[in-house]
Design a protein around this ligand. Structure first.
Ligand SMILES: [Mn+2]
Length: 286
């Protein structure tokens, strides 16, 4: 059975927030999962982490963790000290998540977000540096019962892994059972020839799945082929986690970083929209 979740930042202007109120909110709305910021988890105290764990257990909410590393933690950096800082941060997050019982850390773990390069000729070297860093970082994940899922994103946000095929090559080079990929329909809509073929190609390497409309509205308001995607997931017996990541409200760090430059659905009630989207995807994808 797939578990369905939503990313907390649907409701927030800031990346660092207290997640406990959102555990209760998503439980009340009927979700199975709350996806939270992995970086925040690493900087919380042990007591704060365990309090979050207890609240999530009380409401039967599973937690998944996501992050885009910032430039000071870029594990593909040309600067060795930056790569070391990034590897250490990935290891810190793995230990923090391990302390909460293990789980999945997904996102831009292979470089920084957003990030670009001046010359395409630099891409291979940056990928080599990233693979070396990942071989070190993933050991902490293996020790802690944590899975890293590398998010394949569009070219305007990152240069390294824009397609499922590029992620397959990267995973092969690292070669860890704890390293998988995260595909996101919003990004696939821009980069893949065929969204369903890309999901199929990922197969058992698909460790987590983000569902977003082409316009980042809640699922059902755009042109992503949800019915076909549901059939693909069922055909390949994907029983993993599925998390929606809509963004509607401009303002704050979240609005700035996601580039929400207008009120995407004026007058909408975010809780009502989240619940409607959950009903839609349970019906279409499960
Ligand atoms: Mn995503």
């Amino acid at each position: 059975m797939n578990k369905f979740g939503i990313y907390y930042a649907f409701w927030t202007h800031d990346w660092d927030v207290d997640f406990i109120p959102f555990v209760n909110k998503v439980a009340d709305l009927g979700f199975d999962i709350l996806e939270v910021n992995g970086g925040t988890i690493a900087t919380m105290t042990k007591e704060q982490r365990l309090a979050l764990r207890r609240e999530a257990d009380k409401r039967s909410i599973a937690l998944t963790y996501c992050i885009g590393l910032t430039a000071k933690h870029d594990v593909s950096s040309e600067t060795a000290s930056t790569r070391r800082a990034g590897v250490a941060f990935l290891q810190d997050m793995a230990r923090a998540i391990g302390e909460m019982g293990g789980g999945k850390l997904s996102g831009i773990l292979y470089g920084s977000w957003p990030s670009t390069i001046e010359r395409v000729e630099d891409k291979g070297r940056r990928r080599d540096l990233s693979v070396d860093s990942m071989k070190q970082a993933i050991r902490a994940a293996e020790d802690e019962g944590v899975f890293f899922n590398l998010e394949v994103v569009n070219r305007f946000e990152q240069f390294m892994l824009n397609t499922c095929e590029e992620a397959c090559d990267y995973l092969e080079r690292v070669g860890s059972p704890n390293l998988k990929m995260l595909l996101d329909t919003y990004h696939m809509n821009i980069e893949e020839d065929d969204i369903c073929a890309a999901i199929k190609k990922a197969g058992k390497r698909l460790g987590h799945f983000h569902i977003g409309e082409n316009n980042r509205k809640p699922p059902s308001y755009g042109h992503i082929p949800w019915k076909d995607i549901g059939k693909t997931l069922r055909d390949m017996r994907y029983d993993g986690t599925i998390v929606m990541e809509p963004f509607l409200v401009p303002g704050g760090e979240v609005g700035r970083d996601i580039k929400v430059w207008r009120d995407i659905m004026p007058g909408s009630d975010l809780d009502v929209e989240a619940k409607k989207a959950l009903e839609f995807v349970r019906e279409t994808l499960a």
